[in-house]
Design a protein around this ligand. Structure first.
Ligand SMILES: Cc1cc2nc3c(=O)[nH]c(=O)nc-3n(C[C@H](O)[C@H](O)[C@H](O)COP(=O)(O)O)c2cc1C
Length: 185
């Protein structure tokens, strides 16, 4: 049987992003059970209706990766109780039709949502906004379980890298659940 493909979209572009590190931990937990790729979308321009058709090369590349994926896993930081602007920009592009005869690529795609913050909210408020948007975009959202990790600083190893000590069981549970969710889509 063909392996499922998970595409991870991290809402933070920063090099040492906790959300990027969280995606890497999920990648390790997924292991051989599915292909797992973290989307690089730094080159996607600001959405502008004037340059929508033909789509900029970076947008076409990202759309292809989304099209090929069996599931999209969002790792979202929380900025002012919202998800980030770069993620909103990406989702605006992905929400648009590819061409006259081709629907937007997110429709019907299974989606999981996770997030981590050094603060106490665990990104839950941002996640709720994100779930509201991707539901509107007709993604097939796995509403439960969601992974929400507060107090990131308490879960680092001696080199300052994310280790996810007491939250690891929740990461594992969400990984198992999303692999099942994709299989039964
Ligand atoms: C503009 C801005 C707004 C922020 N607002 C929140 C917030 O509302 N809640 C929160 O828990 N952390 C907030 N933070 C702190 C982020 O959670 C922290 O910078 C986190 O490390 C960002 O995710 P990353 O590590 O994946 O880059 C904010 C940070 C920035 C830069």
């Amino acid at each position: 049987m063909k392996k499922a493909k998970i595409l991870a979209i991290v809402g933070s572009l920063r090099k040492d992003s906790f959300n990027h590190q969280l995606a890497k931990l999920v990648e390790a937990e997924v292991g051989e059970r599915a292909d797992f790729e973290i989307l690089d979308y730094q080159d996607v321009p600001f959405y502008n209706q004037d340059v929508e058709f033909p789509a900029p090369e970076a947008v076409s590349r990202v759309r292809e990766l989304v099209k090929e994926a069996d599931g999209i896993w969002f790792f979202s930081p929380e900025y002012n109780h919202y998800f980030s602007g770069v993620l909103k920009n990406l989702l605006d592009w992905l929400s648009r039709p590819v061409g006259k005869n081709e629907a937007p690529v997110l429709i019907g795609k299974p989606a999981a949502v996770s997030g981590i913050t050094p603060g106490m909210s665990g990104t839950l408020v941002a996640q709720d906004h994100l779930v509201s948007l991707i539901s509107y975009l007709n993604m097939k959202v796995m509403n439960f379980p969601r992974l929400s990790v507060p107090n990131a600083m308490d879960q680092l190893d001696s080199n300052g890298k994310l280790k996810l000590t007491n939250s690891y069981q929740f990461l594992k549970a969400q990984t198992d659940a999303f692999l099942d969710f994709i299989k039964n889509k």
